[in-house]
Design a protein around this ligand. Structure first.
Ligand code: GZL
Length: 320
């Protein structure tokens, strides 16, 4: 092709006219994430997983810690809307009270992913996907382990169980109770005689267990909705002069490192796994959304059950 000076100069002018930014790398995805707080080992591991996965995925993460207050989460979500982030994700501290702010996100055209916990709203188009554990199944697994353990020990008569519930109104507290009680329906000798929230924290778990022990000398089993409350309760049981894991069988949920340490010390009998490592899945879902892909409405995390007898062998594999 004959080199034409005219063509070259037209090309040069065109190159200059195109703003440099248009030739730059594609716009970075921005994700706004409202985290509940830092109430437990599980939550800390969950936050670390999300922050690291955002870094690895090259996603600009706007991360806010609500200190376990719903009003702070709502404020954070409104802030993300104002910043026009590409995607909003959050772990709702309680199930109810989200309609208004989720409608605001929808009107702003910003998709919302539920991470870890679900919301209770009439219009489920207000969120695009819910990724996290099946808490009802975790409750069933906890109760099924207890039934098997009592059968193994040949325990037949009435068994007095106390329960440390998670945060009042939260999906894990509601559903872990539901799953546990569903199994107990077929075992009338297993009775939950006291049940109170420990708000998923060690301090509150200890405080409530102290009160249970003062009021009732016949406690045989503790069912804690998370390991942090179980670890707090273990301290209370020891201070009452009893042997946790022996005088009182302790069943818990999360399977964080602290639970494995307690099981290896013979103070906790079993922990039902609830994985906080949701970061990579969340970033993949965020990228898919921005690329215009449809997400499954429900993504369930795969989990196991870890009784004390496997704790030492499994501990080196634990990532949280
Ligand atoms: C469960 C998560 C719960 C954990 C607690 O997915 O929401 O909240 O079980 C945490 O440890 O505080």
């Amino acid at each position: 092709m004959k080199f034409s000076f005219k063509f070259a100069s037209a090309l040069a002018i065109l190159m200059l006219a195109v703003p440099v930014t248009a030739l730059a790398a594609p716009k970075k995805i921005t994700l706004g994430f409202s985290q509940i707080g830092a109430e437990s080992e599980w939550r800390t591991a969950n936050s670390e997983s999300i922050k690291q996965a955002a870094k690895d995925a090259g996603i600009d993460l706007k991360f806010s810690d609500a200190q376990q207050k719903q009003e702070n989460q709502i404020k954070a979500i409104r802030g993300f809307i104002a910043q026009k982030v590409d995607v909003i994700a959050f772990s709702p501290v309680v199930e109810s009270g989200w309609e208004t702010v989720l409608k605001e996100a929808k009107s702003a055209g910003i998709p919302v992913i539920l991470s870890d916990r679900a919301v209770d709203v009439k219009d489920d188009t207000l969120w695009v996907s819910f990724m996290g554990s099946d808490f009802v199944e975790e409750g069933r697994r906890a109760a099924n382990w207890l039934v098997a353990d009592l059968n193994k020990k040949g325990v037949k008569g009435d068994v007095n169980i106390v329960e440390l519930q998670g945060t009042v109104g939260s999906a894990p507290a509601i559903d872990r109770k539901k799953g546990f009680e569903e199994i107990l329906k077929s075992h009338p000798n297993l009775k939950i005689t006291r049940s109170q929230t420990g708000d998923f924290t060690r301090a509150k778990g200890k405080e409530v267990m102290e009160a249970f022990l003062k009021a009732d000398k016949t406690i045989k089993v503790l069912y804690a909705h998370n390991d942090d409350m179980a670890i707090g309760a273990i301290q209370a049981i020891e201070e009452a002069g009893l042997k946790p894991g022996k005088d009182i069988t302790i069943i818990s949920i999360d399977a964080v490192k602290g639970a494995f340490e307690a099981m290896m010390a013979g103070k906790l009998n079993v922990s039902v796994e609830c994985s906080p490592l949701l970061g990579p899945q969340l970033m993949e879902a965020t990228k898919d959304l921005v690329a215009g892909k449809k997400l499954p409405k429900r993504i369930v995390t795969k989990e196991g059950v870890f009784p004390a007898e496997v704790a030492a062998k499994e501990f080196p594999n634990r990532k949280y």
